[in-house]
Design a protein around this ligand. Sequence first.
Ligand SMILES: Nc1ncnc2c1ncn2[C@@H]1O[C@H](COP(=O)(O)OP(=O)(O)OP(=O)(O)O)[C@@H](O)[C@H]1O
Ligand SMILES: [Mg+2]
Length: 169
Amino acid sequence: MTGPESEGPQLRRAVCPGSFDPITNGHLDIIARASSLYDVVHVVVMINQAKQGLFTVDERIELIRQVTAEYGNVQVEAYHGLLVDYCKQRDIPAIVKGLRAVSDFDYELQMAQMNNGLSGVETLFIPTSPTYSFLSSSLVKEVATWGGDISHLVPPVVLEALKERLGKG
Ligand SMILES: Nc1ncnc2c1ncn2[C@@H]1O[C@H](COP(=O)(O)OP(=O)(O)OP(=O)(O)O)[C@@H](O)[C@H]1O
Ligand SMILES: [Mg+2]
């Protein structure tokens, strides 16, 4: 057999999931490191209808595409459903996540064990760069709302998008 179906499973794939509302330098650091370890990295914006974001899912995807274009092996899309189903459908054996602090650990361990129990998918943790260990999308939005300087925490296009959305541009 030829074509993408026959080639797919030979490529080493991983998924980096999140809400990315919006993507920060902390996310980008993990994605960049995953992209050097795997042939293809699927960045997936998990849709959570109960959570109203600052950016729409399409806007988040567009920002992620722009800031990951340089890596060449990063694909971006949204998914509504269980992450393990996304992985199963695409034959992806690994989830890569960033670990910021002990506070991330309890929840991430639970999720990793649940996902492994559900489908056998493995979760690999990459320790955050110390520079970004305090960084989250929520914190960036909060600081930006009050006019604090976040230019060192997000890529320039995200900074512009935040200024525009928050009426500070
Ligand atoms: N600064 C960071 N360093 C390393 N990993 C990070 C960082 N920020 C987020 N991540 C990782 O990115 C993944 C997706 O996280 P998520 O979309 O919840 O981002 P978040 O910044 O925590 O957003 P929120 O504040 O909305 O919870 C998680 O695995 C998370 O650990
Ligand atoms: Mg979070």
